[in-house]
Design a protein around this ligand. Structure first.
Ligand code: HPA
Ligand code: ZN
Length: 324
């Protein structure tokens, strides 16, 4: 079964590029850029990755991103992830990036996107891995900052397929960003949002109705609202579920308590993704394997996660038909 999982072609739909910063690269970049980090070794960094909830992770995750300063740093970060995609048989990936994490520190929007894009292009040419980019707004910041970020993205309209919403869900509901999402939709961006990770099922509802999302990131709290679950199944609204992330951030106590298989059996369009693999202990194969290990699944059920991801992806219709 492990071999089946490893060989299965995969499509990743929920991956924060800043969350692929491995401690070794963090150290290398800290040295290269002469940025002080409060750790003595990559092992010490790993030791510090003991999270109690989403916020405890975010605090350390934003601190880690401080070592990213130059275009080459963003290239290196992205390229390392793409090499890992090759190992895990990820043939297409839809990557989140958080421009505000960098622009707030004085790193130019252009620097971030140029470095990421150069790696994506090289992966398409050299590894045959296709990709799209989704720009996320940090929901703990205000609407004006999100609008300013949307403005900065306009010259890159052709390279950014959509906008998303991440960071602290509690206290920052979808409605806070209804205006900026309406503007993004008007400009032709697709929209997605993290909802129902730590926050209530009503956030999933609001992401759909107020932000016009075509996928919900996480969405696992939908089970608190039976009507919502039924609607998600009926509309085949995709959920980009991140099993290892949910365990690390204590959304579920252990994998056997995760609801991903329950949702799959209800006919929802659920997918498996790695979220922030450098922080949560695993890339795509590990995430698939963690679910397969915890639940008795047939090969057809495991493959369904990939079929769902193809259906839920922003790949053009012709390519979708070829992949399916
Ligand atoms: N949730 C919210 N914000 C995030 C996450 C997440 O899982 N990962 C990176 N930023
Ligand atoms: Zn996420």
């Amino acid at each position: 079964m492990r071999e089946f999982v490893e060989r299965l072609p995969k499509v990743e739909l929920h991956l924060h590029i800043e969350g692929t910063l491995e401690p070794e690269l963090m150290f290398e970049l800290a040295k290269r850029n002469q940025v002080a980090i409060p750790f003595s070794s990559p092992e010490a960094v790993r030791q510090a990755y003991q999270f109690t909830n989403l916020q405890s992770f975010l605090d350390i995750y934003y601190q880690g991103a401080n070592v990213l300063l130059h275009e080459q740093d963003f290239f290196d970060l992205t390229w390392h992830y793409l090499l890992r995609c090759q190992v895990d048989r990820v043939v297409h990936t839809e990557i989140f990036f958080d421009p505000q994490t960098h622009t707030q520190r004085g790193v130019a929007f252009d620097t971030v996107i140029r470095g990421i894009n150069r790696a994506l292009k090289q992966a398409e040419e050299q590894l045959g891995i296709s990709s799209v980019l989704i720009m996320c707004f940090l929901r703990h910041l205000d609407e004006a900052s999100a609008f300013a970020t949307l403005q900065q993205a306009l010259p890159y309209r052709g390279e950014i397929i959509g906008v998303g919403l991440d960071s602290s869900e509690l206290g920052h509901p979808p409605e806070k960003f209804a205006n900026v999402f309406a503007k993004a939709l008007e400009l032709g961006f697709k929209t997605v949002a993290h909802a129902g990770e730590e926050g209530p099922a009503s956030n999933i509802h609001d992401a759909i109705n107020l932000l016009g999302v075509t996928r919900v990131d996480h969405g696992v709290r939908c089970v608190d609202d039976a009507q919502l679950v039924q609607m998600l199944a009926q509309t085949q609204m995709p959920l980009t579920v991140c099993p290892l992330s949910n365990i690390k951030l204590k959304v579920f106590k252990q994998m056997s308590e995760h609801n991903i298989v329950e949702l799959l059996n209800h006919g929802l369009c659920v997918t498996i993704n790695s979220d922030d693999p450098a922080y949560f202990g695993g890339y795509m194969n590990d995430n698939f394997w963690s679910v397969v290990e915890a639940f008795p699944l047939t090969k057809a059920q495991i493959a369904q996660f990939t079929f769902n991801a193809i259906a839920a992806s922003f790949i053009d219709a012709d390519t979708k038909a070829r992949l399916a």
